[in-house]
Structures are given as C-alpha cells and as structure tokens.
Design a protein around this ligand. Structure first.
Ligand SMILES: [Zn+2]
Ligand SMILES: [Zn+2]
Length: 269
C-alpha cells in the first residue's frame, strides 16, 4: 500500500514520529507521500522526505490561505523553490474549500481569491511537470459548488495528472468526472463511517479501481475502529478493507492496483 496523503509533520507526531514511521513500513505500507498545506508544512515535508528513503513530499498552499485577501505571488515563488527538490512528487494540497469552519459563510470574493490561488499553483505544477493533489470541499448550502468550480478549472489544464483527495463528491458529479477527465480519486478513513444505502457507497462502486488511490490524511480522519483518535499511516489497511468490502473485490487486488496507480501517478519508480 502507498499512503498518498499524510501529514506526518503535524505536531501531534512530535513525541513518536520515528516510531509511527517504522510501524507503517513494517505494517505493509511501502511508501508515504507527506503533503504540505502552507509554506511551513511544505518545508517540513521536504525535510522529512530528505531523511527517509520511502517518504516523498508534496508542497502546496491550502485554499484556506486564500481566504485572506492580498498578494500571494511571493508565496507561490517560494513554493516553486521548494518544489525543485528531487523528492517532491506533487503540488498539493491545493484547491477550493467553500465549507465554513467559523460559521461565517465564505464570501464570493474569498471564492474568487481561492480560485486564483488554485490556478496559480496548477500553473506551477504544469511548468514543473508535476501532478496536483486537490482538496475540494463544498459549502453546506450547495453540495456541488466547489466541485463544479474545480471541474471548470481543471478542464483548462486537461492533460495534467490530478487527484481529488479525501473525495466526497456526489454520484452525478463523479460520473461526469470519470467520463470527461482523467482525474483520480483518493479515499481516507472517513469511508469507514458511511452508512449502508448512502450515496457515498454508490460513488465508491461507480469509480473504477484503475482511478483510485488510498490515503490516510493522518493525523485526521482515523478509520473505524480508531475513529476520533489520532490517525497514522499504518491504519491505511482499514481503508483498503472497506473498499474491498464495498466493491466486492479481494483486498489483495485493491492493494495491488491502487499501489500501481500511485507509483505511476506520482512517478515513484
Ligand atoms: Zn485536504
Ligand atoms: Zn490533507
């Protein structure tokens, strides 16, 4: 298995980071991609990758950063500097997040700013021939708003490799993306929370295994039976098992195909 999205630089791993990493590699995880969300965590990702043969880095500015109005070209420039490191295999996480965490709605101006930041980083990825890891979350009022905007934007970058991480799009949107783009979808422990008969199950069934990858997004979104606790890469096996159960495909096959997908998508060799 390859954990295509982790945040091992997070403070919550400060006490036992090395232990967590060795537990992952002895528990069937082959490689880990550590993903940045701002300049600081992107720098830490590059450092972590430099110290560990089987850890790779993604560098990016999370959409929340662009809720603040202002000039961001300097930040993108710094990101470009970080991305030159040979262990950097993607630009991410970047995208659109219209979900309000403060109770105050994301304004139209903030959405526009997020879109500009997203586009600028997709341009960087294209120039460096790197894939993009997309974080996309819709608002409470409209379950497809951010997804439709992201779709419109990635269509302009049509030959680029992109993955929707922690995917939570609806069935209709998913079908459109499968048909009209080459985008990938990756899933975290939150798929172990879904209830029987929910749309999320239909979404998982609709996506061909050839377009799927596994991730933990640790320390967030720990799968059942660790739900609510700190997540870690070793728990990715629960995500694999859940996909196997829903798609009625042996877990070994899920492992083999998603690992191969991740190797090719991120050019891990
Ligand atoms: Zn994310
Ligand atoms: Zn993340």
């Amino acid at each position: 298995m390859i954990d295509t999205h982790s945040h091992l630089d997070d403070k919550r791993f400060d006490g036992d980071r090395e232990e967590i990493i060795s537990r992952a590699f002895s528990g069937g995880v082959e490689k880990i991609i550590n993903v940045g969300a701002d300049l600081e965590s992107s720098t830490q990702s590059v450092g972590l990758a430099g110290r560990n043969k089987n850890i790779f880095a993604a560098v990016g500015l999370h959409p929340h950063i662009f809720n603040q109005a202002g000039e961001f070209s300097k930040k993108i420039q710094s990101l470009g500097g970080l991305a030159a490191d040979k262990k950097v295999v993607a630009i991410g996480e970047i995208g659109l997040d219209y979900f309000s965490h403060t109770g105050e709605k994301i304004t139209e101006a903030q959405k526009k700013n997020q879109q500009q930041g997203f586009i600028a980083q997709l341009e960087l990825a294209r120039d460096l021939d790197l894939p993009a890891i997309i974080h996309c979350r819709a608002s409470k009022d409209d379950p497809i708003d951010a997804y439709e905007d992201a779709y419109r934007i990635i269509n302009v970058f049509h030959s680029m490799r992109v993955v929707f991480h922690c995917y939570g799009g609806g069935l209709e949107f998913t079908r459109k993306i499968i048909q009209e783009t080459d985008a990938f979808f990756s899933f975290t422990g939150n798929i172990t929370y879904v209830k029987a008969g929910s749309e999320a199950i239909e979404v998982l069934k609709a996506i061909p295994l050839e377009r799927m990858m596994l991730e933990t997004d640790c320390p967030y979104l720990a799968p059942v039976p660790h739900r609510g606790k700190r997540n870690e890469p070793a728990y990715i096996a629960y995500v694999k098992e859940k996909i196997a159960e829903i798609k009625e495909i042996p877990a070994q096959e899920i492992d083999r195909i998603t690992t191969e997908n991740a190797r090719l998508f991120f050019k891990l060799g």
